[in-house]
Design a protein around this ligand. Structure first.
Ligand code: NDP
Length: 288
């Protein structure tokens, strides 16, 4: 039986974790990275570092890409002659916009390669665990053919053929992640300014950030376009957030983050949604 093998291009913290997971599972791992020294620890474990991106592409049918953005992918793949890409399946686990993912899939198809788009939903320490998941989209046949290799990294959450879909789901999630996490950090800045440590506030933060009840309550209402203000309304939210802004200012903390949210609430009120639920913001923010 031939040995399992894979090429990994891109050795930031994520690519390094991916290459290490393949080594752990006994794969022959070929690597290329712009900064060769980032491969040292993996080479010491038996991975093969090539001198060029072309050589790394030619080494295996499955090529895992883990780069900062798709610009970096073009910078690397563009160095190789077209034939080096022909016949490859590129699992592009680089995050970027859905449009960039669709464009790259077409660019690769012109060169005889198939892109599987991936959106990884775990930080590097989660790589190698089936509890972590990655959104995938692209040709189902390619995903199925490489399922075992993809499952070395995380479990596979396949969404459909559109190469932009995995990127879209990823961006929706990361939209919520960044804004939610920065909300947490802003709250901690107010806490610290008042002599309350992050550890002291931790149990309260965990409870406050547990949105499960709200998400399950709101999701069917959002889908039904039901923005009835029977449990919350934007008028109340404006008053509440004004207190948050003033508390931050009184604490000597920059209030531009809650002020931006307050501005959004006020735009909702100006649009006539004062007595409607916060969920009406899903309509307020949409451009016609
Ligand atoms: P990094 O930004 O640290 O990845 C850097 C990699 O991209 C390095 O290999 C770097 O090369 C390469 N690179 C960047 N620009 C260029 C360029 N112009 N030419 C050639 N190579 C380039 O990201 P991570 O490793 O943290 O993540 C990789 C991907 O995974 C990203 O798209 C990220 O959004 C996504 N992701 C990351 C998570 C995380 O927690 N880290 C979580 C979920 C997804 P060099 O070493 O030479 O600088």
């Amino acid at each position: 039986m031939s040995r399992l093998s894979v090429t990994v291009i891109g050795l930031g913290p994520m690519g390094q974790a991916m290459a290490a997971a393949y080594l752990d599972r006994g794969y022959d791992v070929t690597l290329w990275n712009r900064t060769a020294a980032r491969a040292d620890a993996l080479v010491a474990r038996g991975a093969h570092l090539t001198a060029s991106a072309e050589e790394a592409l030619r080494a295996n049918e499955l090529v895992v890409l883990s780069l900062t953005d798709y610009e970096a992918a073009y910078a690397i793949l563009g160095q190789a002659p077209r034939e080096a890409l022909s016949g490859r399946t590129v699992a592009n686990l680089t995050s970027d916009t859905p449009a960039a993912a669709r464009e790259a899939a077409a660019w690769l198809a012109e060169r005889g390669a198939v892109q599987i788009t991936g959106g990884v939903q775990t930080p590097p320490p989660g790589i190698g665990s089936a509890e972590a998941a990655t959104y995938y989209s692209g040709p189902a046949e390619a995903v199925e053919r490489h399922r075992a290799a993809l499952e070395v990294l995380t479990s596979v959450d396949y969404l459909g053929e559109d190469p932009g879909l995995a990127a879209l789901y990823y961006q929706i999630g990361i939209d919520m992640f960044w804004t939610g996490l920065v909300g947490y950090l802003h709250g901690q800045a107010v806490a610290l300014a008042n002599g309350i440590s992050a550890e002291q506030f931790l149990e309260h933060a965990v409870k406050t950030m547990d949105f499960k009840y709200f998400l399950e309550f709101y999701a069917p209402r959002i889908d039904a376009g039901n923005h009835k203000g029977d449990v919350d309304n934007l008028g109340m939210a404006v008053a509440s957030l004004s207190h948050v802004v003033r508390t931050a200012e009184d604490s000597g903390v920059d209030a531009s983050l809650p002020a931006a949210v307050l501005d959004l609430f006020r735009r909702g009120v100006a649009a006539g949604r004062e007595r409607d639920s916060l969920t009406s913001l899903t309509e307020v923010v949409r451009k016609p």
